[in-house]
Design a protein around this ligand. Structure first.
Ligand code: NAD
Length: 320
């Protein structure tokens, strides 16, 4: 089996290779060539969470699991709070093939998902990117988004204004103007909005958002989190990575619970990638992508990392 250490990932997988791997996976899911197994997620006490996301991609011959969780005490030990590892198995024999550091890969595959939604659903003339959220993941989402359209500036709002410096610096590194704005200003200016927060209640309201906007809701990945007004989902054409997760642990859980939309109103983005669904239908339509994060995303980017690491000699071979 091969080991690809966390420290090697940054030199192996970039935004584009993550985009390509995740896009192919979403397409395979929509063709029923790939499916995710039920998610296991457990509270370990003292704020610790642990879980397993797994799946099989027959088209890509990939079988695997990401084991990962959140450990709030890690920061005090100088370790990042989110910790994960991806294990890949031979789908024909079940033999373990690889163990891959999953921390940076999680950030890259999550950024790839919103970038894919922007590439396939936003208006081609989008020039202003709006960010709701300024935490660890926001920088990855912003960078991957900038590669999809000719964005000229970035506006942002965060619940904790003191966290804004990291995102502001990252936008400056990309050579674009950055402005901290109110949610009203953000909605009035942005052509594309990414929400990436751990909020328990809606921040972005229906009234904030103008026609023609594309919204990628990326923060809600468990029961009880919420980033946007459920009325926004009723008004928008809603897309997702996986409908089963969208309606249970994704942003759509709230609109579904309130009876504002039904599961059949939500389109897997893989259908748009495959050409089975036309995606955006007009310049005025609001499109909303509910990115819940599926195990097959992790498996796709981990497989890519193994291929690249084996090719450049940075993968470590061990006998199990
Ligand atoms: P982080 O802890 O670094 O940042 C948290 C963000 O949420 C900050 O912007 C913070 O200001 C904001 N926030 C916290 N409480 C809030 C509140 N009450 N109202 C509004 N905003 C609030 O976390 P991160 O690593 O940037 O991750 C952000 C979210 O994305 C988390 O919920 C995480 O679980 C989720 N996530 C989703 C996926 C996916 O695949 N969909 C993948 C990775 C992370």
């Amino acid at each position: 089996m091969w080991i690809v250490p966390e420290s090697a990932i940054g030199g192996l997988v970039d935004d584009q290779s993550a985009f390509d791997a995740v896009e192919a996976t979403f397409a395979a899911m929509a063709r029923d060539d790939a499916y995710n197994f039920p998610v296991v997620r457990e509270a370990l006490g003292e704020g610790r969470q642990y879980g397993f996301k797994s799946g099989l991609d027959r088209a890509g011959a990939q079988l695997g699991v990401k084991a990962g969780g959140y450990f709030p005490g890690n920061a005090a030990k100088g370790i990042i709070n989110h910790q994960s590892t991806v294990f890949l198995f031979d789908p024909d024999t079940g033999i373990l093939q690889a163990a891959v550091g999953g921390n940076l890969l999680t950030a890259l595959r999550t950024a790839a998902a919103s970038a894919i939604s922007i590439a396939h659903l936003s208006r081609a003339d989008s020039t202003v990117l709006g960010m709701v959220g300024a935490g660890h993941q926001s920088v990855f989402q912003m960078r991957a988004a900038l590669r999809q359209r000719k964005f000229e500036r970035v506006v942002a709002w965060n619940y904790h204004p003191d966290m804004m410096d990291r995102l502001a610096s990252a936008v400056a590194e990309e050579g674009l103007p950055f402005e901290e704005v109110s949610l009203e200003e953000l909605g009035a200016q942005a052509d594309v909005i990414i929400t990436i927060t751990s909020s328990p209640a809606a921040s972005l309201m229906d009234a904030h958002v103008r026609p023609g906007t594309h919204i990628a809701c990326m923060g809600t990945d468990t029961i009880g989190k919420q980033e946007v007004d459920p009325a926004l989902l009723a008004r928008a054409a809603v897309f997702t990575d996986e409908v089963a997760q969208s309606v249970t642990i994704g942003e759509a859980q709230h609109a579904i619970a309130q009876g504002l939309i039904k599961p059949e109103d939500i389109t897997p983005i893989g259908a748009v990638i495959n050409g089975a669904h036309k995606g955006r239908t007009s310049a005025e339509e609001i499109t909303l992508f509910d990115g819940t994060g599926v195990g097959l995303q992790d498996i796709a980017v981990a497989s890519k990392a193994v291929d690249l690491a084996r090719a450049n000699g940075s993968a470590i071979e061990v006998a199990l």
